[in-house]
Write a protein that binds this ligand. Structure first.
Ligand code: NIG
Ligand code: FE
Length: 414
C-alpha cells in the first residue's frame, strides 16, 4: 500500500490523539499541535504522527518521504455550508448593490434566488456539472477537504433533481468528502407566488419521496426568514424530512429572529446556520443541545450585514462552526482561508477558535467528525501543507495571501 512520510513539519496543527465530536465554549480556544513533527499516511488514511525525535524505523524502500522543513500541516478545511452548484453568476446584482440596493430589495425585483433559478433551469445537467467542477477544483486548491452542497436553485421537481444529481456525480469524480442537502424551500418560485402552501406541499408530498427513494440527499434545509418561509413552514418541512431520514441543517436568523432556531432544536437539527441576528432566547435554546451553530462571515462581509455574535455565543458555552456559504448571491467565494481571517478580524475569534471552527466543528456540522476535521489516526489523509509560516496565526493575519502549497485528499496530492 502507498505510504507517505512527511518529516520536519514545523508544526502539525489540530492534533487529536482521541477522536472528539466538537469543541465548545472556552475549549474552542485550545488548539493542540506538535512542533517539529512527522506524519505518516498509508493508503487513504493517517496512520501515525508524533515528534521527529520519536520517529519510528521506516522501511524507506516502500515509503515516499517528503521533507517539509519550515512548513506546517493542517487537517483540510471542513466547509459545512455551500451552494456551489449554481448556473452563471449575478454580477449585475453586485453592481446594483454597490449603487445602494439591499439584498431584500434585489430579491423583491425578481433578482436574487429566483434569478439563479431562472439561469439554472436553462442550463443542462452536463454544463452545470462542468461549472461546479471548476468551483470544486478551486476550493480543493484553497485547502478544503470536505464540503456540504445544497440544492435550492431548482425550485421545481426537475431542476431540484438536476442539482442533486450533479452533486451525486461530483461525489464520484472528486476525492473531497461531499454531503448533499435538499433545499427545495429556498424561495417561493414565481409559479406559486400566491400559493406558498401548494409549493411546500409539492416539496413534501412529491419531491421528498423521490429524493429519499434515489438517496439523493443526506440533509434537509429551509430558508426560515421574513418574506421567505415562517417557523411554521419550517416545522412542516423538518417533520417531513425526519420521516424520510433527512436531518435538518437550516438557514435561520440571517435578517430576523422568527423562531427558526427553536424549531431546529426541536427537530434535532445537526446545524443552524447564519445567525447574524441572535436574541438571548435563541442562545439559550441552543445550550446543552447537539445542534451546531454555524457562522458565515463571508456573507456578512459581502452583504454588509452584521456578523454572528461569536464572542457572546462562545462566552455562553456554545460551540461554533465556520463555513463559506459559497453562492452567487450573498457569498461568491468558497475560500475558507478568507472565512477564517474574517472570523478573526471581524468577529474577534482567536486563531485557535477560528481553526477549530473551520475544522473539527465544521466536520461535525456535516456528520463527518469521525472521518475528517483533525489529525487523528484512522481518519482520512485529507490535509494541506502550507508555504513556510511563522505560526499558524499567519493564515488569518496575511488575510489576502495564498499560503497553501498543496492539498492532499485520501493521501493523494491534488
Ligand atoms: O445562504 N440566504 C439564503 N440563501 C443564500 C443566498 C442565496 C442567494 O442569494 O442566491 C445564503 O446566503
Ligand atoms: Fe446559505
Amino acid at each position: 500500500m502507498r505510504k507517505l512520510l512527511f518529516t520536519n513539519i514545523k508544526e502539525l496543527v489540530q492534533v487529536r490523539e482521541k477522536g472528539i465530536s466538537f469543541v465548545a465554549g472556552a475549549k474552542m480556544d485550545v488548539l493542540p499541535t506538535i512542533q517539529d513533527a512527522y506524519l505518516l499516511t498509508e493508503g487513504d488514511y493517517i496512520v501515525d504522527f508524533g515528534r521527529m525525535a520519536d520517529i519510528p524505523k521506516i522501511d524507506f524502500s516502500s515509503t515516499h518521504v517528503e521533507d517539509v522543513t519550515g512548513k506546517m500541516i493542517f487537517p483540510a478545511w471542513c466547509d459545512s455550508h455551500t451552494h456551489l452548484v449554481y448556473a452563471g453568476h449575478r454580477e449585475g446584482e453586485f453592481v446594483d448593490k454597490i449603487k445602494g440596493l439591499s439584498y431584500e430589495e434585489i430579491a423583491k425585483r425578481g433578482g436574487g434566488i429566483l434569478n439563479s433559478a431562472k439561469k439554472l433551469a436553462a442550463t443542462t445537467e452536463e454544463e452545470l456539472l462542468r461549472e461546479s467542477s471548476v468551483r470544486i477544483e478551486e476550493i480543493i486548491a484553497q485547502g478544503t477537504g470536505a464540503v456540504e452542497i445544497k440544492s435550492g436553485y431548482g425550485l421545481s421537481i426537475d431542476a431540484e433533481l438536476k442539482m442533486l444529481r450533479v452533486i451525486r456525480r461530483l461525489k464520484g469524480y472528486f476525492d473531497i468528502q461531499i454531503k448533499a442537502t435538499f433545499l427545495g424551500a429556498h424561495a417561493v418560485p414565481e409559479k406559486y407566488k400566491n400559493n406558498k402552501q401548494a409549493y411546500l406541499q409539492l416539496l413534501v408530498e412529491e419531491l421528498m419521496p423521490m429524493i429519499a427513494e434515489e438517496k439523493l440527499a443526506d440533509y434537509v434545509d429551509i430558508f426560515c426568514e421574513s418574506g421567505y418561509f415562517s417557523a411554521k413552514d419550517t416545522e412542516y418541512i423538518l417533520k417531513a424530512g425526519k420521516y424520510h431520514g433527512l436531518a435538518p441543517k437550516i438557514h435561520v436568523n440571517q435578517f430576523t429572529s422568527i423562531g427558526g432556531v427553536q424549531v431546529g432544536v426541536k427537530y434535532d437539527a445537526l446545524s443552524v446556520d447564519h445567525l447574524e441576528v441572535m436574541t438571548d432566547e435563541d442562545i439559550d435554546a441552543l445550550k446543552g443541545t447537539k445542534t451546531m451553530p454555524v457562522a458565515l462571515p463571508g456573507c456578512s462581509f459581502f452583504l454588509g450585514i452584521p456578523y454572528t455574535p461569536a464572542r457572546t455565543m462562545i462566552q455562553a458555552g456554545l460551540p461554533l462552526a465556520l463555513a463559506s456559504d459559497f453562492n452567487p448571491g450573498s457569498t461568491p467565494t468558497g475560500n475558507m482561508n478568507f472565512v477564517v481571517a474574517t472570523a478573526c478580524i471581524k468577529m474577534k475569534m482567536t486563531p485557535e477558535e477560528a481553526i477549530n471552527a473551520a475544522t473539527i466543528n465544521g466536520a461535525y456540522a456535516m456528520g463527518l467528525e469521525k472521518q475528517v476535521g483533525s489529525i487523528t489516526k484512522g481518519k482520512l489523509a485529507n490535509f494541506f501543507i502550507t508555504k513556510p509560516l511563522h505560526s499558524y496565526a499567519s493564515i488569518p493575519y496575511f488575510f489576502a495571501s495564498n499560503l497553501i502549497e498543496k492539498t492532499y485528499l485520501r493521501g493523494f496530492t491534488v
